[in-house]
Design a protein around this ligand. Structure first.
Ligand SMILES: NC(=O)c1ccc[n+]([C@@H]2O[C@H](COP(=O)([O-])OP(=O)(O)OC[C@H]3O[C@@H](n4cnc5c(N)ncnc54)[C@H](OP(=O)(O)O)[C@@H]3O)[C@@H](O)[C@H]2O)c1
Length: 259
């Protein structure tokens, strides 16, 4: 998004991409950088981030978002680099799969901190600058799990559903301003996500899509705000659940509601 920041001076936009060290975030950073955006590359893996910055020319900002103070500090560091963040891609996240009683309490807290609290806090901290400059694009990477529910991933799904509600409310709040909110809702994506959550993806359908395809939707969401399902047909089960929730639940329970 090449941005005009007043006075007609055409400056390169600055985008903070959380979770840029891997998967969807890395693919998004690559696409944004290819379009001329200065990317602030967030993650925890400094080596991967440094290698990516070497390739794309971005700036590395490492932070463990499970730390309650990390998101606020990350926003300050991001603003210190170029004085503004025009695009915020809230992508960093992790999963966990298994029966709820087996989810360790500290991992539950980590899921909520990284997937939900950190994006809320980053958005809160970076929004005033966007409003003051009259220019901002905020994108949330949520999940189909947050829209339909998934067995064995109740906490993960709740964090993503929380992001959806936050994004919807923010859209109302920002109506009439030049700050937009986009939501990207991926299904199954070929990244390290499943391996890291401790249970590989074992189903044959839905077939995993590439991280690049999700990244393209993230970039589209910065240009034209809205909800982007990847793949697009995922909107069908969501619509069905909205229209006939009882029938949807019966079908999902019969044909498998876990991933
Ligand atoms: N893959 C899927 O099927 C799928 C489906 C729906 C939604 N999503 C969502 O897409 C987003 C990206 O996931 P992905 O598939 O690209 O997975 P991924 O390859 O595992 O990438 C996850 C990213 O999040 C970062 N991250 C994880 N924990 C963090 C923490 N405590 N502090 C800071 N950063 C942390 C990782 O950083 P480090 O590697 O540096 O630790 C990494 O960059 C997530 O929000 C996920 O929920 C994924």
């Amino acid at each position: 998004m090449p941005a005009d920041h007043g006075g007609g001076d055409q400056l390169t936009a600055t985008a903070l991409v959380t979770g840029a060290s891997s998967g969807i975030g890395e693919a998004t950073a690559r696409l944004l950088a290819a379009g001329g955006t200065h990317v602030l590359l967030h993650g925890r893996d400094r080596d991967r981030l440094a290698a990516l910055a070497g390739e794309l020319g971005g700036t590395v900002l490492d932070a463990d978002l499970a730390d309650p103070e990390a998101a606020g500090k990350l926003a300050e560091r991001a603003l210190a680099v170029t004085g503004r963040v025009d695009v915020l891609v809230n992508n960093a996240g992790l999963g966990w799969a298994g029966p709820l009683p087996e989810l360790p309490a500290e991992h539950l807290a980590r899921l909520v901190a990284v997937n939900l609290t950190a994006p809320l806090e980053l958005t809160r901290a970076l929004l005033p600058g966007m409003l003051a400059r009259g220019c901002g694009r905020i994108v949330f990477v949520t999940s189909i799990a947050g829209r339909t529910g998934v067995a064995g991933e109740a906490v993960y799904a709740a964090t993503k559903s929380g992001l959806d509600a936050f994004a919807d409310s923010l859209r109302f709040e920002l109506h009439g301003t030049d700050v937009t909110v986009g939501v990207v809702v991926p299904g199954v994506v070929r990244t390290a996500f499943f391996e890291r959550r401790g249970r590989p993806y074992a189903r044959t359908t839905p077939r995993p899509v590439s991280a690049q395809r999700v990244a393209a939707a993230v970039v589209r969401a910065t240009a034209k705000p809205g909800d982007y399902y990847v793949p697009r047909w995922l909107r069908v089960p969501v619509a069905l659940r909205g229209a006939v929730p009882g029938a949807y639940r019966a079908l999902a329970a019969r044909f498998g509601a876990e991933s």
